[in-house]
Design a protein around this ligand. Structure first.
Ligand code: NAP
Length: 251
């Protein structure tokens, strides 16, 4: 019997990158996986990989900036599976990478709504459901830029710092309800998002890895395995924690 047999995992932003890798990792542990993202073809491809990993799942078209979509997500998974054991709030955007002197209210709102409000309102509905169904584990995807910053990344870094605050507050609010809430803080991880930054900066893959003492960027599967650990029984005493996954960058 696999460790997460009969369990149900929700992954926002499961259509690519870290979310897709985590959906596959949940499936390998035996969990059924609910994919919440906007792109249908990419999400269906993740589901195909989930099935290839020996489990099954469901794609629920979701824009995480809309609370109605986040609520509908829980209603759908309740109707199909009747349970929610794990939630990985992973969907996110970089927004415009420009100096503070060129920032706009539009970019601020876009990044904060996508990265921060989605985690806040996502957890609102997940916690309400988990509380009524025996508990669970929530992991939020922050970033090393939840602890540091980079020029042009003011709004992105602010959003990722905010996710750590939300994670801590939620962990305290539900600590006695059988729900644990943690965050993962990846450094540069090879995905569509990081490739966009690398190409725009004119960096080679080697140069992109150079900021990490172990001389390479991370792989989505390496972030996924940390999420699986935080959801596992072995992490039962861990809540409110920010787990840095950075090849030594923050050392
Ligand atoms: P990615 O492949 O571009 O994935 C981003 C995901 O977010 C996509 O699945 C996208 O799905 C989803 N998304 C964006 N806006 C959404 C919205 N409004 N509603 C629903 N889903 C939305 O990049 P990634 O690197 O895997 O990013 C995943 C998370 O990791 C982000 O939160 C990012 O900040 C974080 N992170 C990444 C790195 C890195 O170096 N790659 C490092 C630290 C943290 P749809 O477009 O299909 O909706």
């Amino acid at each position: 019997m696999k460790p997460f047999q009969d369990k149900v995992a929700l992954v926002t932003g499961g259509s690519s990158g870290i979310g897709r890798a985590t959906a596959i990792a949940f499936a390998e542990q035996g969990a059924r996986v609910v994919i919440a993202s906007r792109r249908a073809a990419e999400s269906e491809e993740t589901l195909r990989l989930v099935r290839a990993a020996g489990s099954d799942g469901l794609f629920v078209p979701t824009d995480v900036t809309r609370e109605a979509d986040l609520a509908n997500l829980i209603a759908r998974l309740d109707a199909v599976y009747g349970r929610l054991d794990f939630a990985f709030n992973n969907a996110g955007t970089l927004g415009d990478l420009v100096p503070i002197t060129e920032q706009t209210p539009e970019n601020f709102l876009h990044v904060m709504t996508t990265n921060v409000q989605s985690v806040l309102l996502g957890m609102k509905h997940q916690i309400n459901y988990m509380r009524a169904h025996g508990g669970g584990s929530i992991v939020n995807n922050s970033s090393v830029y939840g602890l540091r910053a980079f020029p042009t990344g003011s709004v992105y870094a602010a959003s990722k710092h905010a996710i750590i605050g939300l994670t801590k507050a939620a962990a305290l609010e539900v600590a006695t309800a059988g729900i644990r809430v943690n965050a993962v803080l990846p450094a540069v991880t090879y995905t569509e998002m990081s490739e966009r930054v690398r190409v725009e900066a004119g960096l080679s893959p080697e140069e992109s890895g150079a900021g990490h003492p172990i001389s390479r960027v991370g792989q989505p599967s390496e972030i996924a395995s940390a999420v699986i650990y935080l959801c596992s029984e072995g992490a039962g005493f861990i809540t409110g924690h920010s787990l840095v996954l950075d090849g030594g960058m923050m050392a």
